[in-house]
Design a protein around this ligand. Structure first.
Ligand SMILES: Cc1cc2nc3c(=O)[nH]c(=O)nc-3n(C[C@H](O)[C@H](O)[C@H](O)COP(=O)(O)OP(=O)(O)OC[C@H]3O[C@@H](n4cnc5c(N)ncnc54)[C@H](O)[C@@H]3O)c2cc1C
Length: 638
């Protein structure tokens, strides 16, 4: 099978408008004849479900939380980008496009990124119309701040709770449709398989997480909006429930998985405090607008109280190395720089795995009340977790797994390689390339859900005229039976290790061998160890409780079982990509200054993997990245 990105021809700036015109339409009276399943109710899923229902389609929406409002999107702190140029500081659609392409280390599809920048302004208008309380200037105009990898202020925010406020907006829109009867909502329901009939996705099999009942739902198209898989590393900033199950099981049914090795490590997280820990906490990138990152110049000073170290003995390493962007260097670069100084023995805090993020200068310049107003809830959160008051002593931060740029491969219409299966938001691989710039995930999720999918899905219906399939079809029955067997198998092992302990071991292995830096020997070691660990899981896991009622141990074990398989693909992808780009840093491929060294001649492609069976090597398909508008250059933030 060859990959066709379906990127429209014509000038970059005109592609989306022309494409929208060329797409076939479904007449308003016919829309109600089409059923759509949306799995996920985060920003991508809720915006898609609400928009599709508003258009007239019949929608079923599923999530595993008790309420759509609890999707992980609620955790997003810092903000959402849009090329509004409200600050009159030189922003434009083209600049947002260019920054995003460059930020992704020239490994994203040009046309998708341009479209993202084009619709970014409409997202803000939509959310304001919904009542999202974005921060405003004294005079009432919307306020902006800066995020990494940009030299303009284009990030719209609601204090440190932007995701929560945006999700409330999308949730309200979803609730309106639920009230109108156009969306049927299924909370506490986990999708465990995609059902394929005659080569098209025709529905899903789900497990009711309260009763354990396994049922099928059929539709004319299935949309996955199931978020990212950062938790494969066990410790991450993601909500504990985030997982790879939906896209992984879709992969096994024919939806290629693209660029799984592109993981984003966020520089601004609270450092790990010990082996007991099960979660890491993000300190928003927005803090780098005013906080200054430093470590002592000399190892001997690392144990001293930070206030006692004079200016001359401090190394503001981001400002030193990247004077143009300073503390707002992109995440991959800032993370690696922090690792570098800690590897040199100049890290601070327990285990030497931390750097300071210092607000003393900002407090002097702006006053305590302004700093509190901008970041108060983040400082409170930091104090609750560490017991330290960051107004008095600098925060300590260290990089942590945060976001996954890889995901289901999708074409320009957001359809996966499995016809009828669309994938939106963090679950797809699309717009960020090898590194995501801050504040662009919310933008992408909402662009997909509000402004792209509602156009493209209609074209699928109008051009394929999908046949209805009932849930009595043998393919549904087969998938249901396979899930029952999978569940019973998990419950029957009664081994000695908890799903958590096995997941922790897998995560540690991945972090060490395929984390902020990777090399061939380490990846080969991981690829040998992962199948052993998977075997250990299936021999020795202990899943407590029963199937017939709420059993979070069982839910979790199923997700860990998928991580155990997926981890192998992640490392396979990292091993095959013999270059460094963005969040994928192969130690063998670096410049003398320690920067990522790309190999555009051999690797400027999207790696989309096709499943062949559990113990068989996946097949690699390459989507060549053609840059018509921008010139692939070495990324420099100096
Ligand atoms: C701490 C933190 C802060 C962040 N801050 C920012 C920020 O400031 N700006 C920014 O742009 N980005 C930020 N991000 C990234 C951003 O929040 C996410 O990428 C984005 O919210 C993902 O949205 P989504 O709708 O794709 O997925 P999610 O919000 O993760 O939603 C996934 C949905 O899928 C459902 N689901 C998953 N699997 C299944 C299944 N098998 N069956 C049924 N339902 C399923 C879940 O129930 C949920 O409803 C942050 C991320 C983190 C971790």
């Amino acid at each position: 099978m060859s990959l066709d990105s379906k990127t429209p021809s014509g000038p970059l700036a005109a592609k989306w408008d022309q494409h929208k015109f060329d797409l076939k339409l479904v007449n308003p009276a016919n829309k109600r004849k089409f059923d759509i399943i949306v799995v996920g109710s985060g920003l991508a899923g809720a915006s898609a479900a609400a928009s599709l229902a508003e258009l007239g389609y019949k929608v079923k929406c599923f999530c595993f939380q008790d309420s759509p409002r609890r999707a992980h999107s609620i955790a997003a702190q810092g903000g959402i980008n849009a090329a509004k140029n409200y600050q009159n500081d030189g922003d434009s659609v083209y600049r947002l496009f260019y920054d995003t392409i460059k930020g992704g280390d020239f490994r994203a599809r040009e046309a998708n990124v341009y479209r993202l920048a084009q619709v970014s302004g409409s997202i803000i208008d939509q959310c304001v119309a919904q009542g999202v309380p974005f921060a405003r200037e004294y005079g009432g105009l919307l306020s902006n701040r800066s995020f990494g990898g940009a030299q303009v202020s284009r990030t719209f925010y609601a204090r440190g709770q932007t995701g929560q406020q945006l999700l409330l907006g999308a949730y309200q829109a979803l609730c309106r449709q639920i009230g109108l009867g156009t969306v049927e909502m299924f909370p506490r329901t986990e999708m465990l398989d995609v059902v394929v009939v005659d080569g098209h996705a025709k529905g899903i099999v789900v497990r009711d997480l309260v009763s354990g009942e396994i049922t099928s739902h059929s539709a004319d198209a299935v949309v996955l909006a199931t978020g990212g898989y950062g938790n494969v590393f066990f410790l991450s900033t993601n909500a504990k429930g985030c997982n790879v199950t939906a896209t992984w099981r879709a992969y096994k049914k024919g939806a290629f998985f693209a660029n799984p090795c592109y993981t984003q490590i966020h520089p601004t997280c609270i450092p790990v405090s010990g082996e007991h820990q099960s979660k890491l906490t993000l300190m928003s990138e927005s803090l780098r607008n005013d906080g200054r990152v430093w470590v002592p110049k000399r190892k001997e000073d690392c144990a001293k109280a930070p206030a006692s170290i004079p200016e001359a003995d401090r190394d503001y390493f981001l400002e030193r190395k990247y004077p143009s962007f300073g503390n707002l260097a992109p995440r991959d670069i800032s993370s690696r720089s922090a690792k570098e100084v800690c590897d040199e023995g100049r890290g601070v805090g327990p285990g030497g795995l931390g750097v300071y993020l210092d607000f003393a200068d900002a407090i002097k310049r702006l006053g305590l009340s302004v700093v509190r107003e901008r970041y108060g809830n983040l400082f409170d959160m930091y104090e609750k977790i560490t017991g330290e008051n960051a107004y008095d002593v600098p925060m300590r931060i260290y990089p942590a797994v945060h976001y996954t740029m890889g995901g289901s491969w999708v074409d320009y219409n957001l359809m996966s390689s499995l016809p009828g299966l669309f994938v939106v938001g963090e679950a797809n691989f699309s717009d960020h390339g090898a590194n995501r710039l801050g504040a662009s995930a919310l933008m992408q999720g909402l662009a997909d859900g509000y402004f792209v999918l509602p156009y493209t899905i209609g074209n699928y219906f109008a051009s394929t005229k999908p046949a209805k399939v009932a849930t009595s079809h043998p393919e549904f029955k087969k998938a249901e039976e396979a899930i029952r067997q999978f569940t019973n198998r998990l419950l029957s092992i009664k081994g000695k290790r908890t799903p958590t302990s096995l997941h922790r071991e897998l995560g540690k292995l991945l972090w060490e061998k395929c984390g902020m830096a990777r090399n061939e020997a380490g990846l080969k070691e991981a690829l040998k160890r992962i199948p052993e660990l998977r075997q250990e899981f299936w021999k020795n896991v202990n899943v407590t409780g029963e199937n017939g009622d709420l059993n979070q141990s069982l839910e979790y074990a199923g997700r860990v079982a998928d991580f155990m398989e997926f981890a192998e693909l992640l490392c396979t992808d990292a091993l095959h990509r013999q270059e460094s780009c963005g969040g994928h840093f192969r130690e063998e491929f670096q410049t003398p200054e320690g920067e990522a060294k790309r190999d555009d001649e051999h690797f400027s492609y999207v790696a989309a993997w096709e499943y062949q069976g559990l113990d068989k090597a996946p097949v690699l398909h390459k989507e060549q990245l053609v840059y018509e508008e921008v010139h692939m250059s070495t990324r420099s933030y100096k």
